[in-house]
Ligand binder design. Structure first.
Ligand SMILES: NC(=O)c1ccc[n+]([C@@H]2O[C@H](COP(=O)([O-])OP(=O)(O)OC[C@H]3O[C@@H](n4cnc5c(N)ncnc54)[C@H](OP(=O)(O)O)[C@@H]3O)[C@@H](O)[C@H]2O)c1
Length: 221
């Protein structure tokens, strides 16, 4: 398949690129710093904080699927997930490319967004400990990023694309196992962690799974 991978120099992105090449896909990457690439691929340089619509449209045109592991690498970059995804969605709609898989955050369905100002208070997959202790702590430190990811999912729902948001819990640098649990529109019960390699594995797997279109799909061990 012909794939376009955004943020292929990041934690999950590197695994996406490595696994996609190993699977024999024809890959174009869109990165802000091609010098960071550690695998050979056709690279398009775009800083998604200042996206170039024509370069993005050309990068996604003709792709069977687009994958994005975009996210802030420091707090000053909070907001990049929605800014970049908005540009990716516009480019795909302009180019007629339909399939998009992005990285999102476990439990995001409980975070208010412009289109969902009153989300459910409880994620049925979360334990009371996560709901009352871990989530509030995480929101204290990552609240702006969570709000931006919730807005990003709004953008997907408003789009005409066949999208899937892969919602990840705490990321680790553990090995690829291909063995993990998933849950639709809720967190994986008791699932606290996932390796970046396995998150990438699921992103590539769902490309050809139409029953995941228009859904948030959580992953954890
Ligand atoms: N860490 C966790 O435990 C955790 C938990 C839950 C959810 N998540 C979600 O998972 C996401 C991905 O995690 P990760 O570990 O793969 O993140 P990461 O290593 O920080 O990767 C972020 C990627 O986004 C790229 N990027 C940032 N700003 C950009 C811009 N302006 N233009 C183009 N590219 C830009 C970075 O490019 P460079 O390589 O050039 O810097 C990098 O490739 C996080 O952002 C977060 O939303 C993480």
């Amino acid at each position: 398949m012909k794939l376009t991978i955004f943020a292929a120099t990041g934690g999950i992105g590197r695994h996406l690129l490595r696994q996609a090449l190993a699977d024999g896909h024809d890959v174009t990457v869109v990165v802000r710093n091609p010098d960071k690439l550690n695998q050979p691929a056709t690279a398009v340089r775009v800083d998604l904080a200042h996206p170039d619509p024509e370069a993005l449209k050309a990068a996604v045109a003709g792709a069977d699927a687009v994958l994005s592991a975009l996210g802030p690498t420091r707090r000053a970059e909070d907001g990049i997930t929605s800014t970049g995804t908005r540009a990716i969605v516009s480019a795909m709609e302009a180019a007629g490319t339909r399939r998009l898989v992005i990285v999102s955050v476990a439990g995001i369905m409980t975070v208010p967004s412009p289109d969902r100002p009153n989300p459910p208070k409880r994620d049925p997959g979360q334990s009371r400990f996560v709901q009352w202790v871990l989530s509030p702590i995480a929101r204290l430190f990552l609240g702006r990023h969570y709000a931006d990811v919730a807005l990003t999912e709004d953008l997907l729902r408003r789009s005409s694309l066949d999208w899937t948001a892969i919602r990840v819990p705490l990321l680790t640098d553990g090995p690829l196992t291909g063995r993990y649990r998933t849950a639709i529109e809720q967190s994986v019960p008791g699932g606290q962690r996932i390796a970046r390699a396995d998150a990438a594995h699921l992103m590539l797997r769902v490309i050809t799974e139409p029953d995941t279109y228009g859904l948030g799909l959580s992953i954890a061990y």
